[in-house]
Design a protein around this ligand. Structure first.
Ligand code: NAD
Length: 466
């Protein structure tokens, strides 16, 4: 790049980010942080690589994605261990996360040969539609699930013929960097998937501003997501947003109370509650409220919060000291029903905590805490449960516990959330759509339709009349 006189006084970007193991508080790596020039160079390379990638025979693009999946599979233990060190995820969870990247790649590797358009009957010719790739897609990833969320963006984007620039969160870049290397090792051409670590306000913002980036696939906070959406409006840039949540776990009196109570901790404390789908509001029918709490308490105490490298670990630390302070701020002054245990000493540990809400106006009931804290509130009847569940700006996931099939269906239709489960807490399967209603997001990831969010439909009419 040409230099000019004003460069000396321009604010300097940090050139390195320290990566910390949240279980120990110790620095485990230093990662170069891209500035605007490096980001632009990565976007330019991706733009140059895109026509060649889209022009590959569909079977060849599919084969490269399958090879990428095989590389991820062959390195899944290494990726999992890296995630334990960088994010503090229990090793069992981290293995699932690496396996999820492999599975999502395999699933979308089937797409290049199946991304069919339509033939529409018209007079005087032939009318066909094509699903054209957009160009360069910018994927922006948060720190809570660095591997799966990266894969949910890049796998369908690449399958549809786009090239990808991917920005991991500042706190958790290590597995994304390794996935970028594995893509190259699998034979994906230079520029097809480029990982660009660096600050959101620099690298992420450049993805939003740069005209060669035609779509932003963002996962993160609702606050940043709104700014990104506003920024994209300027170029009518496509955007998918997966944002925050404050999901309800609704327990009716006729439910299998024991199962509802013993599974409730994993539905909110998984990943130390740093999960957009965390069922962090438990609504319990008043007649069984006390019984439910009595069953919940031993289940909370039994959660194994320990060194995430141990096979037995069920919950690790929070991601940072700042996050731990934020979480603690919600508990101060609130009524604590019970807590679990957490290690003392170094690392950003916080014990699972159950709070009793006085009313739906309580701050801990309303705001996304993103930590191992769950609030419990009684309700009176079905209508009251639905009203309380929907009394939030969010709408990502939720669970409904009842043995009454009619009620399960009625409540599932009435709760405003993109992903619900009945008598279970499952949210995410790579073969089914995932995403939020209301301020939890825009668009859907995963499943058969996600590909279309990475393409534009083109209609072509071919005259047959002489
Ligand atoms: P965040 O919004 O602070 O950051 C997310 C990403 O955006 C990071 O990579 C960050 O560097 C980048 N970023 C920050 N400012 C930017 C800007 N101005 N322009 C472009 N990029 C920018 O979120 P976080 O704290 O990393 O993650 C936690 C949040 O993510 C929670 O609210 C959680 O609910 C949400 N989340 C949602 C889902 C979902 O699928 N709905 C999944 C996981 C996390």
């Amino acid at each position: 790049m040409a230099s000019n006189g004003s460069e000396a006084s321009a604010p300097r970007q940090p050139t390195e980010t320290e990566v910390v193991n949240p279980a120990t508080g110790l620095v485990v790596a230093r990662v170069p942080a891209a500035g605007p020039a490096e980001t632009d160079a990565a976007i330019d390379r991706a733009a140059r690589a895109q026509p060649g990638w889209a022009g590959l025979a569909p079977a060849d693009r599919a084969r490269l994605l399958r090879r990428f999946a095989a590389e991820v599979d062959a390195h899944s233990e290494e990726l999992a261990e890296l995630e334990v060190r960088n994010s503090g995820h229990p090793i069992g969870n981290a293995r699932w996360e690496a396996g999820n990247v492999r599975d999502v790649l395999d699933y979308y590797a089937g797409a290049p040969e199946r991304l069919t358009g339509r033939q529409i009957p018209v007079a005087g010719g032939l009318d066909v539609t094509f699903h054209e790739p957009l160009g360069v897609v910018g994927v922006i990833v948060p720190w809570n699930f660095p591997m799966p969320i990266a894969g949910w963006g890049f796998a369908p984007a690449l399958a549809a013929g786009n090239t990808v620039v991917l920005k991991p969160a500042e706190l958790t870049p290590l597995t994304a960097i390794r996935l970028g290397e594995l893509a190259r090792q699998a034979g994906l051409p230079d520029g097809v998937l480029t990982v660009v670590p660096g600050p959101g306000a620099v690298v992420g913002q450049r993805f939003v501003d740069h005209p060669a980036v035609r779509k932003i696939c963002f996962t993160g906070s609702t606050e940043v997501g709104k700014r990104i959406m506003a920024g994209c409006a300027d170029q009518v840039k496509r955007v998918t947003l997966e944002l925050g949540g404050k999901s309800a776990n609704i327990v009716f009196a006729d439910a299998d109370l024991e199962r509802a109570a013993t599974t409730a901790p994993s539905a909110v404390f998984d990943n130390a509650g740093q999960d957009c789908c965390a069922r962090s509001r438990i609504l319990v029918e008043r007649s069984v409220h006390d019984r439910f709490l009595a069953l919940l308490e031993p289940a909370v105490r039994a959660v194994r919060v320990e060194d995430p490298a141990l096979e037995s670990a069920e919950m690790g630390p929070l991601i940072s000291a700042g996050q731990r302070d934020r979480v603690a701020g919600y508990v101060t002054g609130a009524e604590v029903a019970c807590t679990g245990r957490a290690p003392e000493g170094p690392g950003f540990w916080y014990a699972p905590t159950v709070l009793l809400a006085d009313s739906p106006a309580d701050r801990h009931w309303r705001e996304e805490i993103f930590g191992p804290v769950v609030s419990v509130l009684p309700f009176d009847d079905e209508a009251d449960a639905i009203r309380l569940a929907n009394d939030t700006a969010y709408g990502l996931s939720g669970s409904i516990w009842t043995r009454d099939v009619g009620r399960a269906i009625r409540v599932s239709r009435a709760v405003e959330a993109g992903n619900l489960s009945v008598n279970s807490h499952s949210s995410v399967r790579y073969s089914t759509p995932f995403g939020g209603m209301k301020q939890s997001g825009l668009g859907r990831e995963l499943g058969p339709d996600a590909l279309h969010a990475f393409t534009d439909v083109k209609n072509v009419f071919i005259a047959t009349d002489g």
